[in-house]
Design a protein. Sequence first.
Length: 550
Amino acid sequence: MITSLSIENFALIEKLSIDFSEGFSVITGETGAGKSILLGALGLVLGKRADLTSLKNKDEKCIIEAHFEIQNYSLNPFFDDNDLDFENETIIRREILPSGKSRAFINDTPVNLQVLQELSSHLLDIHSQHQTQELSDDVYQFQIIDAVASNQDLILNYSINLIKYKKLKSELKSKLEFLKSILNEQDYNTFLLEELINANLKPNDQEILEAEFKKLNNVELIKDILSKSILLSNDEQLGVLQNLKEIKNLLQKISGFSAEYETLSERVSSVVIEFDDVEKEMSRLAENIYGDPEALELLNQKLQLIYLLQKKHQVSAVSDLIDIQNDLDSKVVSVVTLESEIENIKDGISILETTLNELANKIHVNRENAIPVLTTSLTEILAQLGMANARFQIDLILQSDFLSNGKDDIQFLFSANKGSDFGLLKKVASGGEMSRIMLAVKSVLASYSQLPTIIFDEIDTGVSGEIANKMGAIMKKMSTSMQVFSITHLPQIAGKGQVHFKVFKYVKANQTQSEIKRLNQEERIAEIAQMLSGNTVSDSALIHAKELLN
């Protein structure tokens, strides 16, 4: 439950601090006095987004802090999961800086809004007028039934398995599409692969083959040039080798005269040795070279095959062809692997379908059993609220598909008058009826939920007199199991409160400010009397106010 709330620099509030107690509290005040400001401040504590318009003084930060007693609400796992310190009295603080940035803290630990919103959902429910329309929403209708049916754990388990199921279904679809695309190209890919395999390509094939082809394709020219070169080297009169040897002999005769001549002689001797070796190599090559038309043709065929494959695959290197071969090989081989993976996924989907069907069936049975309990409780409460002939018919229609919370579709039907047909709640219930139905729903849920606090924001709109008195009694009864606040304009409800707060405005230093105070008994009598008769409080209004307060 919420034990205190402090607000600084928010809307019309400069600074205030208020303590709350358990049981049933009522909050009254004239229209525009600032009741919505209190709810806005609480909304920020609960994780709603903030902006600079919330600041009273734009140059100072806004601070809103709420204290909650939470020791009896099994929230330790939440604090452990989010690495937060658990305190029996937990403090939530929200700060809005002049820059527009906001910060949130749980027990002085910074948290993001998602964590704050999740915790807040376990602490407090603010029921505003427009939320009455939630009664027409399928999701909210299921929440009502599932709370009575105690389906929370089953639905959580179902949701976890449904996520796995959808993930596997998506994975199966993707793999089936991939398999289809591979199979459509399988024959062609196999042909291309076999073509490349038969080519028996090696990384340097093209360079080696092209060099060998050039040599074999120019045998006659090579032979002729080598023969002429050998002849020029060994000719007895003009041969290069013979003349070099003659130069060598001449220089040796003067080599002893100086170091320069000796060096020159040695260099010529080296040339003679090197050229002699060159001549022998030319002779060896000339002896071993011969034409081989068949080998030349084989080389040409191999090269033409490489050129053809490069053109077909739009590449320029043998290494690229080898990469393509490896890729095609993996595609061809992956079909078998992919088919095996698909079968495994199908098996997983089948297992999850069985699990989901079992869980959905348990959820459905629990809902069917809860419907009579819920409808009986609602009709009994509505009878107290002046709707003696109100009846509900809740139909569950099993679907074939797995839905977010089971396999049920729901129809929440209502009849307000004896003899009238059932119709969809959102179509046949008036605004005042919807308010009373919502109060009945909240009253029933109070017995099944562990929610510490609920705030009704003018749920009494559209009702008066004895009905308002009954609504107050119901909220007071709810307060035996939870902390209940009612923001009201009706004296009948205000009189039921165990604690009464008044919100009012006043002017200070030419600035309008909002304040809230806890009323004592005399102040309560005056406030309720004013609610009964207006600004001019009559004696009869005071007497009536005392009667409402017993």
